[in-house]
Design a binder for this molecule. Structure first.
Ligand code: SF4
Ligand code: SF4
Length: 231
């Protein structure tokens, strides 16, 4: 999932300050799960904005809405069929950066600002805790490394580790963290599969990490070859 955290309130307040009709829109998928941009967080932010802006004498209307996914045009169009978005001076999106951008593209007459910082692709470790697991490198090596990502979990992103600085299983860059390559070794050893990490992995194909990237599903490639537009 994509993990986001809410921006400091003062930053959001400054972004919307001076606007009278404000719509706060949450996203029902990743950022709802990580307690940053779901329905409850929308209600909290909307209340905070009402109170803070009225306290400084601004006559504001702050409304709330949810989109199931802001990174999908279909759901944004659905939102627009229920809310008159043209009626608002500014939209505060509580989605990840992708959702904010698609919102701005679909409703380009609206001023759309982010309420979150998008931080990483990760997993839930327990209540309220998420950790990074993937840097979307475009050339996954998990099949070679026992399901532990060296690009993300090793501080140096080494494909062929360890670096020589590991001490007692800890990383030399941050001794509070386990060395990713010691973990990879231990896992492969427990699986009696050390052969898999004896071979040297080739350099990462950085060309696969150009930005902005595009991924087209095999079944849709012909459609793009014909220059058809996505609808
Ligand atoms: S190797 Fe690349 S794609 Fe695979 S988990 Fe790591 S960063 Fe993500
Ligand atoms: S000690 Fe391990 S995790 Fe840390 S930089 Fe070296 S190889 Fe990577």
């Amino acid at each position: 999932m994509i993990v986001g955290t809410r921006k400091p309130f003062a930053e959001i307040r400054d972004l919307v300050s001076g606007h009278r009709k404000i719509l706060v829109v949450g996203c029902g998928t990743c950022v709802a799960v990580c307690l940053a941009g779901g329905e409850k967080e929308v209600a909290i932010l909307a209340s905070q904005l009402r109170i803070a802006l009225r306290l400084v004498g601004q006559d504001v209307q702050v409304d709330e809405a949810m989109a199931e996914r802001q990174c999908d045009t279909e759901f944004l169009v659905d939102l627009g069929s229920k809310k008159d978005l043209g009626d608002y001076d500014i939209v505060v999106s509580m989605a990840c950066g992708a959702g904010v951008q698609l919102f701005s593209d679909v409703y380009d007459q609206n001023l759309v600002v982010p309420a979150l910082n998008t931080v990483f692709i990760g997993v839930a470790e327990g209540p309220g805790v998420w950790t990074e697991k993937c840097r979307s490198c475009g050339d996954c090596v998990l099949g070679e490394t026992g399901g532990i990502c060296p690009v993300t979990m090793c501080a140096k992103g080494l494909l062929n580790g360890p670096c020589g600085g590991a001490r007692h299983g800890k990383c030399e860059v941050n001794p509070e963290l386990d060395c990713a390559w010691v973990k990879i070794y231990d896992r492969m050893s427990a699986r009696d599969n050390l052969k898999s990490i004896e071979k040297t992995l080739p350099p990462r194909k950085n060309s696969r990490q150009t930005h902005p990237s595009v991924s087209i599903h095999e079944a849709y490639k012909r459609r793009f070859d014909k220059d058809e537009k996505i609808v």
